[in-house]
Write a new protein. Structure first.
Length: 196
């Protein structure tokens, strides 16, 4: 029975990995193909290497520093900005989980055990760092485009940045707030069970 459960979890993990990979390829191609074209055709190599170096600096951010970048303390603010809608088409989001549940109806992203929440929290910090790196790189290229009088490119890269980096950053913050709320409810349940 335990082996069957382990096999099922492994299958779910592999399926989630495949779906997330395909979704990531789609969003990355949509975002990075225009950026690569711009960099190849318009950006001088010295600036490109400088932009890459500067963009990698956010990889050094600690979790506490990232927490200070949190836009709001309530999920309501994020919902008003439409972040919960982005969750539908993002990695490990609503659509991906819907596809997994079609084959494994009992699948849950957040389980009551602490490791599930802990793993998701770590993942949000990793994803947020990745998108901050992307945000910096896209911003530097947008500024460069403006400096060269390429207003169309600047606006295009900025709009891609909004969809590919800014909203995913806000999504990670939103998920952490939701996990904190879930964790709090779980602690209340455990405390009530221990008292009962």
């Amino acid at each position: 029975m335990a082996i069957e459960g382990e096999n099922k979890q492994r299958n779910i993990k592999q399926l989630a990995g495949l779906y997330n990979l395909l979704l990531n390829l789609f969003w990355s191609a949509l975002s990075f193909v225009p950026l690569c074209i711009f960099c190849y055709e318009r950006v001088e190599n010295s600036f490109l290497f400088l932009f890459i170096g500067l963009s990698l600096l956010p990889a050094l951010l600690s979790h506490s520093t990232i927490d200070k970048l949190q836009l709001a303390k309530s999920t309501k603010t994020y919902k008003k900005l439409g972040v919960s809608l982005i969750q539908h088409v993002s990695q490990s989001g609503v659509f991906i989980n819907y596809l997994i549940r079609r084959q494994y109806p009992s699948h849950k992203v957040v389980r009551r055990e602490g490791r599930s929440i802990e793993a998701l929290l770590k993942q949000t910090y990793f994803f947020e760092k990745f998108h901050i790196i992307g945000l910096v790189f896209f911003c530097l290229n947008s500024i460069y485009a403006l400096g060269k009088g390429l207003v169309g490119w600047a606006l295009f890269l900025t709009s891609i940045n909004l969809v590919y980096n800014i909203y995913p950053i806000l999504l990670q913050q939103y998920i952490r707030l939701k996990l904190a709320g879930y964790n709090k409810k779980n602690e209340i349940r455990i405390s009530a069970a221990n008292q009962g």
